[in-house]
Structures are given as C-alpha cells and as structure tokens.
Design a protein around this ligand. Structure first.
Ligand code: ZN
Ligand code: ZN
Length: 100
C-alpha cells in the first residue's frame, strides 16, 4: 500500500505492520488491523452514495458516468479494441470489470 491510510499506531499509516515472531525469531510483514476497518468504512460509504444515486440519478446519467470512467482509464489501443468487442457482444458484466 503506497498511500498513507490513517494515523494508526500499529502501522503508522502504511497499512502494513511488522510482526515479530519470537518463537521462530523472525519478523514479517502483515496487513494491518486498520486496513480491514478502512475497507468496511469504504463499503459503507459506497452504499450510502449508491442509495443517493438510486433515489435521484437517472439510469442514463449513471451509465454515461461509468462509461466515461472506463474509457478514461483505458486509452491504449489494445484495451480500446477489447472494449469494442465487449460492446459488440453487449457483455455488461465484463464491461463493469473494466472499472477497476
Ligand atoms: Zn490505516
Ligand atoms: Zn494500521
């Protein structure tokens, strides 16, 4: 994790904490406790935002917003070609995957 996640005292915002294993006399890195917490907070916030959209925003507007994010993220020729293929086959599930 590159960006600082919080003022956590265990990981100092790195999201990774150092674990000291006294039994085997080694140290290793592990995802910090706070990371799961952040993920839960994000999901909660996402659901709250989604409920506003559901109540207020038209399907058309949501669709064009998502589509804009997808095309902005994938500007190389190969990706554009693949996206075109998915559009041809109307594969909405796969198209949604391209958001990430
Ligand atoms: Zn954190
Ligand atoms: Zn932490």
């Amino acid at each position: 994790m590159s960006q600082e996640c919080c003022k956590c005292s265990h990981c100092d915002g790195s999201g990774i904490r150092l674990v000291i294993d006294n039994t085997h006399d080694i140290t290793y890195q592990e995802e910090c406790y706070c990371v799961l917490q952040h993920r839960r907070e994000q999901e909660k916030l996402a659901k709250r935002i989604a409920s506003v959209f559901l109540e207020k925003t038209s399907k058309e507007k949501l669709a064009i917003s998502l589509a804009s994010v997808i095309v902005a993220k994938h500007t190389d020729e190969y990706s554009k070609f693949q996206l075109g293929t998915l559009v041809e086959s109307k594969n909405d599930a796969w198209l949604l995957n391209w958001l990430h």
